[in-house]
Design a protein around this ligand. Structure first.
Ligand code: G3I
Length: 313
C-alpha cells in the first residue's frame, strides 16, 4: 500500500507532497498525486506565496492557489497553506514603499486577512511565518524585522488566527531539525510567544537534507519542541546527492529516508511528513544546487526506506 495509507495506519495525520501548478497537466504525475493511498496531504510549492496572491497592493489573485486547494478538496487531501510572511517571493511593492511600522503592520494584516480569509476553513495549517531566523539563531534581517523587530511575528500569527481560527498556525524553518543554536533559538521564540499569549500551534521542520548527512539528533530535538506543547511536522523533506547517482548513494539515501520517517514516528507530536515533491522531474534541487539532485524518494530505492519505516521493519 501507499505511504499515506501506511502513515495514517500508524497514527500520523498524513504523508503528503508539495506540488506546483505547471505539474497539474502531467497526467502520469497526476495519477500518483491524486491517489490518497500515496498522498493524504498537499502543499502548494509556490502559488499561495505573497508574489502569487497579492502582486499589487490590495489586489488579490487566487486562481493558481485555488487550483491546488480545489485539488486537495476533490481528492479528500489535507491542505497545508504555504506561506503568509516570508522574505522571498515578495513583490517589490512591499519592500520598495519604505513603509513605517504602522504602515507595514497594516500591510501584513491586510495580506493575511486576504489570503487566509479567502481559504478560511480549508487548510489544516498555515505556515504563517517562514524562515525568520539566521543560522546563528538571531532574527533574519529583512523588511519585516528591520521595520517591526520581532513583533512582526506576533502581528502575523494574531492576524492568521483572526482570519482562520481553526487553522493550526506554524512557523516553518530549516536547520532547526537537529539540536543546536538555531533550534534552541526557535524554542525560545516559541516560549516567548506562548508567554505573550500569541497563538502558535506548530513548528515546521523543513528537512532539506544531504545523503549521508542526515542529523543524528532528530528525535531528541523533535521531543524538545513537543515538550513545549507545540506540534511539529516535517514540511519539505528531500535528501539530495552529488550526481551521478550510484548504487551506494541510493542505498545510503534509502537509509536516510528511513531515519527521517522513523524519527517522526517516534514522536507523537510529529503530525505528518511532506516531501518537497515526490519525483525528481519536478524537484527544486537541480536548479538551485548545481551538480546535485535525485533528492526525491518515489523514483528511487528511497521509497522502500519510507515504506519499511512506516511498516516498522
Ligand atoms: O513564476 C515565474 C515564471 O513566471 C518565470 O518565467 C520563471 C523563470 O525563472 O520563474 C518563475 O518563478 C520561479 C518560481 O519558483 C515558480 O516556478 C522562481 O524563479 C523560482 O525561484 C521559484 O523557486 C521556488 C523557491 O521556493 C523560491 O524561493 C521553488 O519552486 C520552491 O520549491 C522553493 O520552495 C522553498 C519553500 O517555499 C521554503 N523553504 C525552502 C524551499 C526551497 O527553496
Amino acid at each position: 500500500s501507499g505511504a499515506n495509507a501506511l502513515a495514517t495506519a500508524v497514527g500520523k495525520l498524513y504523508f503528503g507532497s508539495a506540488t506546483d501548478n505547471p505539474e497539474l497537466t502531467d497526467t502520469t504525475y497526476m495519477t500518483y498525486l491524486n491517489s490518497s493511498q500515496h498522498f493524504g496531504q498537499i502543499t502548494p510549492e509556490n502559488s499561495m506565496k505573497w508574489d502569487a496572491t497579492e502582486p499589487e497592493v490590495n489586489t488579490f489573485t487566487f486562481t493558481e492557489g485555488d487550483q491546488i486547494a480545489d485539488l486537495a478538496k476533490s481528492n479528500g487531501q489535507i491542505l497545508r497553506g504555504h506561506n503568509l510572511v516570508w522574505y522571498q517571493q515578495l513583490p517589490d511593492w512591499v519592500t520598495s514603499n519604505d513603509y513605517n511600522a504602522t504602515g507595514l503592520t497594516a500591510v501584513i494584516q491586510n495580506h493575511i486577512a486576504g489570503v487566509a480569509g479567502h481559504y478560511k476553513g480549508q487548510p489544516y495549517s498555515w505556515d504563517v511565518v517562514n524562515e525568520p531566523l539566521n543560522d546563528d539563531g538571531s532574527f533574519r534581517s529583512d523588511v519585516f524585522y528591520d521595520t517591526l523587530g520581532e513583533s512582526y511575528i506576533s502581528i502575523a500569527l494574531n492576524a492568521a488566527h483572526e482570519a482562520d481560527p481553526n487553522a493550526k498556525l506554524y512557523i516553518n524553518e530549516y536547520n532547526i531539525e537537529y539540536t543546536g543554536t538555531k533550534s534552541t533559538a526557535m524554542q525560545s521564540l516559541v516560549t516567548t510567544l506562548q508567554a505573550d499569549g500569541v497563538p502558535i500551534d506548530g513548528i515546521g521542520m523543513e528537512s532539506h537534507f544531504i545523503v549521508g548527512e542526515v542529523p543524528t539528533t532528530l528525535v531528541e530535538n523533535f521531543q524538545a519542541f513537543a515538550d513545549l506543547g507545540v506540534e511539529i511536522a516535517i514540511t519539505e523533506l528531500d535528501i539530495r546527492m552529488t550526481l551521478p547517482e550510484t548504487a551506494a548513494l541510493l542505498e545510503q539515501q534509502k537509509q536516510d529516508f528511513y531515519t527521517v520517517v522513523d524519527a517522526c514516528l517516534q514522536v507523537s507530536a510529529c503530525k505528518g511528513i511532506t516531501v518537497w515533491d515526490w519525483t525528481d522531474k519536478y524537484s527544486w534541487v537541480p536548479s538551485t544546487f548545481s551538480g546535485q539532485g535525485a533528492a526525491t524518494p518515489f523514483d528511487d530505492p528511497a521509497f522502500d526506506g519510507i515504506v519499511m519505516a512506516l511498516k516498522g521493519q
